[in-house]
Design a protein around this ligand. Structure first.
Ligand SMILES: NC(=O)c1ccc[n+]([C@@H]2O[C@H](COP(=O)([O-])OP(=O)(O)OC[C@H]3O[C@@H](n4cnc5c(N)ncnc54)[C@H](O)[C@@H]3O)[C@@H](O)[C@H]2O)c1
Ligand SMILES: O=P(O)(O)OC[C@H](O)CO
Length: 374
C-alpha cells in the first residue's frame, strides 16, 4: 500500500454491481469557479470513459454533461449560457480555461437534471435552499439518482446543525456523498496536481464518484466519513478568516502556523462533539482536513478578504463585492452560523478561536484579541 494511503481509505473504487443505470448521466448544479472547474473534469472523464468502461465497473457515462448556469446578460456579448456554449469558456467565473465541448451550459434547473443519475451540487451554500425546493418536486429527479455535495458550509437552525449531504438526502430522498479537499478552483482548472477527498455512504457511491472525478492531476480518495468531509470544508473557512486577520495585522509565518494548528484542533473537536460518528483522521490524514486548511489559509478568498477587512476597515459585504467580483465568501456566513449554534448550546467557551473570529467580524472586537487566552 502506498505510504500516503491510509487504512481509512476504506473504499477500493473497483466494485460496483447491480446498478440501476449502466449508463450514468452527470449533471452539475452550479457554475461558479468551483462548479465550472468540477464540471470540466467530469466532462473530460465522461468523454474518455464513454467506451472504455464497457464490461468493467459500469457501461459508461452519457457523453453530454449539463451544467446549471444562473442566466444573466453579459454586456456586449449576450446571455451567459450562450457565451459559454459558443466560446467553451466561463469568462465570468473561470476565465482563460478551455471547457470540453461535451459540457453544455443550461439555464433551466429542471432541464439540467432531467435523466441525470449523478448530480453534483456546487452552489454557494446560502443559495442551496431554493435549488433543493425545485429538485424535490415530483418527477424532477430520475429514480435511483445519487448526489454529491461540493458545497462548503453548514445549515444551522437554533441549537441544531446539519451538514449539507444530510440535508440533501433528507430533502431529495437520494444518497448524498461529500467532496472536499485542498482545491482552489483555478489551480485545479489549470491541471496543477492536487488531491481531493470524497466521503461516501456506500462502495457503489465510491466507485461512481471516483470514476466521475479522478484523473492523474486530480486524485480522488474515497473515505467513509461523509459528515467529516463536509464539516471540515465548512469549518476551515472560519479558520481561514483568522489566517487573513493574522496577515492583515502584519504577522509572519509562525503566528499563522499557530492559528492553523489551534484552528485544526477546534475543527476536529467540534466534529467529535457534535458529529461523534465522524473520524478525527479525516482532519489529520486527508486532503479535506489539514491540506484544505493550509491551501485556503494561503491562497483562498476568505483569507484575502479577511486581510483586507483588517487593513481597510471596510465591511465584508463591500470587500466581497470589490475583491471577488461576483464570487461568494463562505467563511463569514459560516462563522456567524457556528457562533449562533455554539451560543444556543452554551458552548462558545469551548471554541475560543471560532468565537473570536465571529466577534472580530461582526461585533467590532479588536483583532489583536485573537491571541488572548488561546
Ligand atoms: N472557488 C473555489 O476555489 C472553491 C473550491 C472548493 C469548494 N468551493 C465551494 O464551492 C461552492 C460554490 O462556490 P463557487 O466557488 O463555485 O462559486 P463562486 O463564488 O465562484 O460563484 C458564485 C456563484 O453563485 C451564483 N449565484 C449568485 N447569486 C445566486 C443566487 N441568488 N442563487 C443561486 N446562485 C447564485 C453565481 O451565478 C455563481 O455561479 C462554495 O460552497 C465554495 O465554498 C469553492
Ligand atoms: O477561496 P476560498 O477561501 O473559498 O477557498 C477555496 C477552497 O475551499 C479551497 O479548498
Amino acid at each position: 500500500m502506498a505510504p500516503y494511503v491510509t487504512e481509512f481509505d476504506l473504499y477500493e473504487p473497483q466494485s460496483t454491481n447491480d446498478l440501476q443505470y449502466p449508463i450514468q448521466k452527470i449533471a452539475i448544479v452550479g457554475s461558479g469557479s468551483w462548479g465550472t472547474a468540477l464540471a470540466r473534469i467530469a466532462a473530460l472523464n465522461a468523454a474518455e470513459k464513454k467506451a472504455s468502461f464497457i464490461f468493467q465497473i459500469f457501461s459508461g457515462f452519457d457523453h453530454e454533461v449539463r451544467m446549471w448556469v444562473r442566466e444573466r446578460e453579459i454586456p456586449g456579448q449576450g446571455l451567459l449560457t450562450e457565451v459559454i456554449n459558443s466560446t467553451h469558456e466561463n469568462h465570468r467565473y473561470l476565465p482563460d480555461v478551455s471547457l470540453p465541448h461535451n459540457l453544455v451550459a443550461v439555464p433551466d434547473l429542471v432541464e439540467v437534471v432531467k435523466g441525470a443519475t449523478l448530480i453534483v451540487l456546487v452552489v454557494p451554500h446560502q443559495f442551496l435552499t431554493p435549488v433543493l425546493d425545485e429538485l424535490s418536486k415530483p418527477g424532477v429527479l430520475a429514480p435511483g439518482a445519487r448526489a454529491i455535495s461540493a458545497i462548503k458550509g453548514v445549515e444551522v437552525a437554533g441549537d441544531e446543525i446539519y451538514t449539507f449531504p444530510w440535508l440533501i438526502e433528507k430533502k431529495l430522498g437520494i444518497p448524498c456523498s461529500a467532496l472536499g479537499g485542498a482545491n482552489i478552483a483555478m489551480e485545479v482548472a489549470q491541471s496543477e496536481f492536487c488531491e481531493t477527498t470524497i466521503g461516501v455512504p456506500s462502495s457503489d457511491d465510491a466507485a461512481l464518484w471516483h470514476a466521475v472525478f479522478d484523473s492523474p492531476m486530480f486524485r480522488v480518495h474515497p473515505i467513509e466519513d461523509v459528515a467529516g468531509v463536509s464539516l471540515s470544508g465548512a469549518l476551515k473557512n472560519v479558520v481561514a478568516l483568522a489566517a487573513g486577520f493574522v496577515d492583515g495585522m502584519g504577522y509572519g509565518g509562525n503566528t499563522k502556523a499557530a492559528i492553523l494548528r489551534i484552528g485544526l484542533l477546534e475543527m476536529a473537536a467540534f466534529t467529535k462533539e457534535f458529529f461523534p460518528s465522524s473520524s478525527s483522521l479525516t482532519f489529520s490524514h486527508h486532503s479535506a482536513g489539514v491540506a484544505d486548511l493550509i491551501t485556503t489559509s494561503f491562497g483562498g478568498r476568505n483569507r484575502k478578504c479577511a486581510e483586507a477587512f483588517i487593513k481597510s476597515g471596510k465591511s465584508f459585504a463591500q470587500l466581497e463585492h470589490e475583491l471577488l467580483k461576483g464570487q461568494k465568501l463562505q467563511g463569514v456566513v459560516t462563522a456567524e452560523e457556528i457562533y449562533k449554534f455554539l451560543q444556543a448550546r452554551g458552548r462558545t467557551e469551548g471554541y475560543p478561536l471560532f468565537t473570536k473570529v465571529y466577534k472580530i467580524s461582526f461585533e467590532g472586537m479588536d483583532p489583536k484579541t485573537l491571541f488572548d487566552d488561546l
